[in-house]
Design a protein around this ligand. Sequence first.
Ligand SMILES: C[S@@+](CC[C@H](N)C(=O)[O-])C[C@H]1O[C@@H](n2cnc3c(N)ncnc32)[C@H](O)[C@@H]1O
Length: 215
Amino acid sequence: MEQHDSFQLAKYSALTWNAPLSEHHASSLLKHLDLANATRIVDLGCGWGELLLRAAFEAGPSSQAIGVDTDPVVLARENATPKTAGWGASSDTRAMLEHLATVVPKGKVLIGDTCWERSPTEAAVAIFGEEIPRLSDVVVFSRQAGWKVMHVSTADTREWDDFESGHRAGPRGWLLENQGDPRAPDIEAEQNRREDEYQTVYRGVLSFAYLVLAR
Ligand SMILES: C[S@@+](CC[C@H](N)C(=O)[O-])C[C@H]1O[C@@H](n2cnc3c(N)ncnc32)[C@H](O)[C@@H]1O
């Protein structure tokens, strides 16, 4: 496994998963996936594989679980077993849903995708780009790609606050332990900048949609 320095490893250390997702919400999504009879579970963009491991537990010991991610840092987290690879993911939601339909001709999928909770300001579009859809668009694109929409939910503000705080807490814990590191001032400034951006630009504006889809 590739070696990473202590800062890279600390980056995600305060997060359970790399998404705005509470324990309760995660359990509910797994319930909607109805994994009791699943024989194979594939997680595309699995991070360090926490949700995949829980899905595999629900499916039982005879199921096969495969995780794929492109980021070697998330794969370096302790206990992570997924493989480094890309799968042609697209930042375009419609293209992703159409591509997913070719990968899963029959079965259930859970997708997680950023979307606007309310009309974005220019500052929010400048950060996240023009291609972020509204939740209603994600639902329509799903149907147009031939999926049956089985369940729709979004991350709430508490889940976003926990997620954003978790992204700060790992680096800030590292800063407390490594105050003399030459990178510390830049890391501190970057954490403060990102925190301010969340608080002033996209808190309550950007959402994260979870859709359980079937075909
Ligand atoms: C929002 S994170 C979610 C991670 C994980 N599902 C979780 O809940 O912790 C998205 C993940 O997708 C991965 N990713 C992005 N593009 C990818 C691609 N083309 N192929 C595989 N993984 C990709 C990123 O590296 C990141 O770990």
